[in-house]
Design a protein around this ligand. Sequence first.
Ligand SMILES: NC(=O)C[C@H](N)C(=O)O
Length: 337
Amino acid sequence: EEAKVQKKLANVVILATGGTIAGAGASATNSATYTAAKVPVDALIAGVPQLKDIANVRGEQVFQIASESFSNDDLLKLGKRVAKLARQDDVDGIVITHGTDTLEETAFFLNLVEKTDKPIVVVGSMRPGTAMSADGMLNLYDAVAVAGDPSARGKGVLVTMNDEILSGRDTGKAVNIRTEAFKSPWGALGMVVEGKSYWFRLPAKRHTSGSEFDIEKISALPRVDIAYGYGNVDETAYRAFAQSGAKAIIHAGTGNGSVSSRVVPVLQELRKDGIQIIRSSHVNQGGFVLRNAEQPDDQYDWVVAHDLNPQKARILASVALTQTQDSKELQRIFWEY
Ligand SMILES: NC(=O)C[C@H](N)C(=O)O
């Protein structure tokens, strides 16, 4: 009888990468002072015994790192493991436990390159499991519930934080000290409450099965760097990134992705040297950069990142540059994803 019940449950694999969700502090009052990436995946799973009521879960430790230390190679390794699991008949959904600092980058990367409709859910926490009111247990329970839910198929890579189901494309860390840390400028896709998903919106941008990118065909990600716009900025960072071999520079601009008059000439020069220049905005609540507004992008042959924040723009540019070096193609990709 028990075996029969077991069969009906979805098979969910948890790929653990570290972060605060695997963090440990010295005492229960340490909500902000702790060491990330300590607790192994089997202990994380054992810490939420209710998981076995909603799915057949098994864990794999892919990395044990704080997410600020993620590299492009880590993205590729994780992406290839996800793709392999997604092809297996005995896997219905995949959860990735991740630090929250670069969770938005990994979620967007997977959203672009995984050719599957199976649910992929990236999850983290803002407090270590040792803290009072730790949020990791429920976030993980929600992630497994969504990953095992057929209604989550085909909706792109998802993020479950603080009861919300967010699109991996546009959600990002908006606050660094609260459990309601993740926001999307366009709102959540749904809610997960007591293990049940409730949907309200669908992603409009190309993702996963509908994407032209495929992790199996990517062996390296070209270097793309981000230079920040602020008062009194000069050309130093842009030139340094160019010298270090950046194939594209994301201008994390002020306001509408505006560029200081001290920086415009160097960006024109770097573009002539073959480096792609991509204007984004670092405003907090969601930038919205349009072509030829603020700067004559057509004339300079620059690209705009539209609503993607600088760190998301870096991910898309890196992935796109594996396939094209053409600025018009790059701009098309920035509109479509
Ligand atoms: N809340 C967290 O997970 C923060 C941590 N520094 C990380 O990203 O790994």
